[in-house]
Design a protein around this ligand. Structure first.
Ligand code: C5P
Length: 400
């Protein structure tokens, strides 16, 4: 999503995570937002005013009593010239000041004088975060409509492990995008997308996988999110970045993928684009299989994996209203897709030609046919992204 023309006032407080605000500025500007920064004295211990000014491309404000900064009226005017105020990192101290209306520096005074929505991204030690004072301050701020993203859990700069990590920069970006997102045709709808291959283990170091890149499934998840859907993407192992604004659940095996899909229900739309392994080794060796001179190669016995798409199709109550499968075929495309549509009880099959020379597997282009009960629609060769955008649009039309 683009943030073109959006004006963001970024308030950087004094925590070690202040360095991540530099990346945040870059990411926001990459999306077309303009970013003006205010920093506290504490923040200057961690990043320099010059870094914030250079990266934002705008003057930095840090002094409540500066006669040069808007004739001393920066604390009033900064939020007037802004669409959203973002506090990242929001320290326990600044949250406390916000909750209690203190205004003893430019950051806190600007927040008290702000006439625009405020999003805070807290960051602190886990005990500071869990302290009843911090929790009460946050509760008060949320009651007043302050938006919050994070914190996450994990390694903290102090060496402890727990809650209090600044939300990932891309998650802060996604929260900002969500704030600005215009309602789309799929707003309020939930979508589930599977993508990528599955890996089926043989022993602790070996697996059986396939060449699916996940490009098409990931693009579909992103396109559905762009139309406003709340998307869960269940992805096998891929080397793609997580699409923005999408909840990503990472799995390896078909059974893990199946369980993650069940956990993501109910959904209005489910698109099964993953290349799920049909079989798995009946037994996974607990230790690495060793080759022995003169001995036969080990024989593998397989059992069938759950068919996730067919399982969703066979659900009674709770079945996704629109169920979409893929059929990668090398011949008799439409015929095979029609058979799959019936066998797996889905509403639509996206059939694609993966015969040698098409470059579909791993490539960026795709040629697809939409196969429905009474209709077959042929699309021209398109990029996988364009297939995703068209498919999301087609699904939103069929849902309404
Ligand atoms: O049966 P086939 O593998 O050709 O069907 C492809 C479709 O079924 C795809 O949509 C794929 O994601 C889905 N599928 C599944 N679970 C399986 C096998 C395939 O969801 N175990």
């Amino acid at each position: 999503m683009t943030l073109s023309g959006k004006r963001i006032l970024l308030i950087v407080a004094g925590g070690i995570a202040a360095y991540k605000s530099l990346d945040l500025i870059r990411r926001l500007r990459d999306r077309g937002a303009s970013v003006r920064c205010v920093m506290t004295d504490g923040a200057k211990q961690f990043v320099t005013p010059l870094s914030l000014a250079s990266l934002s491309g705008q003057p930095l404000s840090d002094d409540l009593f500066s006669p040069h900064d808007d004739n001393g009226m920066a604390h009033i005017n900064l939020s007037r010239q802004t669409d959203l105020v973002v506090v990242a990192p929001a320290t326990a101290d600044l949250l406390a000041k916000m909750a209690h209306g203190l205004a003893d520096d430019l950051a806190s005074t600007t927040l008290l004088a702000a006439d625009k929505p405020v999003l805070v991204a807290p960051s602190m030690n886990q005990f500071m975060w869990a302290h009843p004072a911090t929790q009460a301050n946050l509760a008060l701020l949320k009651q007043r409509g302050v938006l919050q993203i994070g914190p996450g859990a994990g390694d903290l700069a102090c060496g402890e492990v727990g809650d209090g990590r600044l939300a990932e920069v891309m998650d802060i970006v996604a929260a900002i995008e969500k704030f600005f997102a215009k309602p789309g045709p799929l707003t309020g709808k939930k979508a589930l997308v599977t993508s990528g291959p599955t890996y089926e283990p043989i022993d602790p170091v070996r697996f059986i996988g396939n060449r699916s890149s996940g490009k098409q499934g990931h693009a579909i998840a992103a396109a559905l999110a762009d139309l406003g859907a709340e998307v869960t993407l269940v992805s096998g192992p891929v080397s793609l970045p997580d699409p923005e604004g999408v909840r990503v659940v990472k799995v390896e095996t078909a059974r893990e993928m199946d369980a993650a899909c069940q956990a993501a229900l109910p959904a209005d739309i489910a698109v099964c684009a993953a290349a799920v392994a049909d079989w798995r080794a009946a037994e996974v060796a607990p230790q690495k299989l060793k080759k022995q001179a003169g001995a036969d190669a080990p024989a593998l016995h397989f059992v069938q994996n759950p068919d996730i798409l067919a399982g969703l199709g066979a659900m009674g109550a709770g079945r996704p209203r629109l169920l979409v499968g893929f059929a990668a075929e090398t011949e008799k495309l439409v015929e095979h897709a029609q058979a799959k549509l019936a066998a797996k009880q889905c509403d639509l099959i996206v059939a694609n030609d993966v015969s040698a020379g098409t470059g579909t597997f791993g490539g960026d282009a795709n040629r697809v046919w939409l196969v429905e009960k009474d209709k077959v629609t042929e699309w021209p060769p398109l990029s996988k992204r364009d297939v995703a955008v068209r498919l999301a649009q087609a699904l939103s039309e069929r849902l309404s």
